[in-house]
Ligand binder design. Structure first.
Ligand code: HEC
Length: 172
């Protein structure tokens, strides 16, 4: 009788050890799988959101530019735009303080209807899109300029525009 009970207790102990052991092992497996899954999801979310934002990493782009190179590149804009404080409108509106004002906001400059209707704040991202290809970023605007394809030129002009302001924005 005592022997039988011992056998049963041993069996129970063995079962306990086995179950507990498997539990431990599967915990470890599931934990690693969870990590892998979490990592994968994060990766997917990242690539999805960059697709949506037309794949612009504005911080990385701006890092390519300098204010000095922007001042030099701005020669291309000077035919139509003044940039100094108190500068007059020309073919295009004066651009001092353009950063953070709304598109088409200056009251004594005659904008196209489409630029006024666009009515968004000029930010680093907006200027980047607009200056890359003005005609497609805001359809129907009257800025007769093909755009700045070169990333360093574009980043630099944006940094320069930001600098030519009463309150330059902190860089993103
Ligand atoms: C051939 C003339 C011309 C050139 C060159 C030109 N622009 Fe313009 N720009 C314009 C005109 C005209 C407008 C107004 C567009 C409208 O009302 O549709 C404008 C509008 C803008 C605006 C919007 C301003 C606001 O108040 O909303 C920005 C920003 C701008 N230009 C930046 C630049 C920069 C930077 C360059 C040089 C890389 C440049 N432009 C080159 C003619 C020009």
């Amino acid at each position: 009788m005592g022997y039988e009970i011992q056998k049963i207790l041993t069996a129970i102990l063995v079962v306990f050890v086995v179950v507990f052991g498997i539990g431990k092992i599967s915990d470890t497996i599931f934990q690693t799988e969870e990590n892998v899954v979490a990592y994968k999801v994060e990766g997917q979310v990242k690539s999805a959101s960059t697709d949506v934002e037309s794949s612009v990493d504005i911080k990385a782009l701006l890092a390519l530019g300098t204010v000095d190179h922007g001042e030099a590149t701005f020669k291309k804009c000077k035919a139509c735009h003044s940039i100094k404080q108190g500068g007059k409108h020309n073919i295009g509106p004066a651009l001092y303080n353009v950063m953070t004002r709304n598109s088409g906001e200056i009251s004594d400059y005659k904008y196209s209807k489409s630029l006024i209707a666009y009515n968004k704040k000029w930010t680093f991202e907006e200027l980047n899109g607009f200056l890359l290809k003005p005609a497609t970023w805001i359809k129907g605007n009257k800025m007769g300029f093909a755009g700045l394809k070169d990333e360093k030129d574009r980043a630099s002009v944006i940094l320069y525009l930001n600098q030519m302001s009463d309150n330059p924005l902190p860089l993103p």
